[in-house]
Design a protein around this ligand. Sequence first.
Ligand SMILES: *Cc1c(COP(=O)(O)O)cnc(C)c1O
Length: 415
Amino acid sequence: MNAHEPQDLPAIAGGEPAKRTPFGREKRYGEEELQQLREALEQGSLFYAHGNKVKTLEQQFAQMNGVPYAIACSSGTVGIHSALIATGLSPGDEVITAPITDMGSVIPILYQGAIPVFADLNPHTYTLLPESVEAHITSRTRAVLAVHLWGNACDLHALRDICRRHNLWLIEDCAQAFGCRYASEPVGTIGDIGCFSLNEFKHISCGDGGIVITRNETLARRLRLATDKCYSREPGVTQRNPTFLANNYRMTELQGAVALAQLPKLEGIVARRRRWCEALSERLRGLPSISLPQPTPGCEPSWWFYMLRVVPGALGADADAFAEALRAEGLPASAHYIGQCVYEYPIFTNHSAFERGTHAYSTRSYGKGLCPFAEAILDTCVILSVNEAYTETDLEETAHAIRRVVCWFRQCKGA
Ligand SMILES: *Cc1c(COP(=O)(O)O)cnc(C)c1O
């Protein structure tokens, strides 16, 4: 063997893939869900106001988070919409949010006729930079929608201070952050409202669903109305006397039943993801040319995915080449996450939310260049998908794959 040849050849250079065994997998749904579903059907009604699955889910989720109110709904997106409706967000108002997120964060802002305003992100935690949020506040700003990307909390105390000083609502998008804690408190309880998603891909799921929490009684009452056509459902009586525009965003007893069965599994799911991802960071620490995800100070993330960044000049490979080399090793890796910032989508650059008429966001121009840190994150990031069923072997093989690929690219540089 040539003295300059690397000892540990990566799969892209003809070596054996580092991943020799399939990743751990588990069935998400089982007997507990079936039992709850059977009980829901036996109630004879699948309507939330007549059954007790959704009610029990709401009580238990509120209790787990130490807040008095939880309101279930049909998706994470409409949970955020209901939160915005509850705060009275109106056409022409501005909401400051993050440029790297799911469309579910911004769709509701646009539906309210309001204007999404994008603040930049911390290059290492990938969450909102408080100073950028503050710099974007105008007389029309009404709310900050803080996205806890990858299960890592935003700098919530700084954001809360800013919101208090400027009299803004702080709404937390916790769709990726079930079980995440900030300053020892559950996320979703530090702002005025916290919004969670129960879609198929989140920490816990009922197929599709959402749940929203608050400590504020007035907001809780308006949240309930916002998910149910602004009808008020006193026990036994429905009052049809709507005072504001609200959709049918109700959760059915079937979703409630499955979500109820999933709730007790949450703590274990989060603990296992946390242990695995922290151990991976431990094994990769000090590796040159890549930067590891950094939890926000004071945060215990819940690791919805593991996102690292390459330093292309130092590594000798861009995110695409790095991700391809990791996939060749057998890792579930992909480059660039959502590809481009939300504000680069045609719906923003063309103001094409509606075919005709005027929407307040049309007065604003969107496109590349708005948030340089966020754009740089997407250019250089590689995502590893994470699952609570991943094993110790998965950990060793994953760490080995990343290390050997990094070493190989660095030695190859300029060769
Ligand atoms: C998943 C997700 C949403 C939307 O949730 P749905 O239940 O799919 O509507 C919103 N925001 C973020 C950050 C998400 O990851």
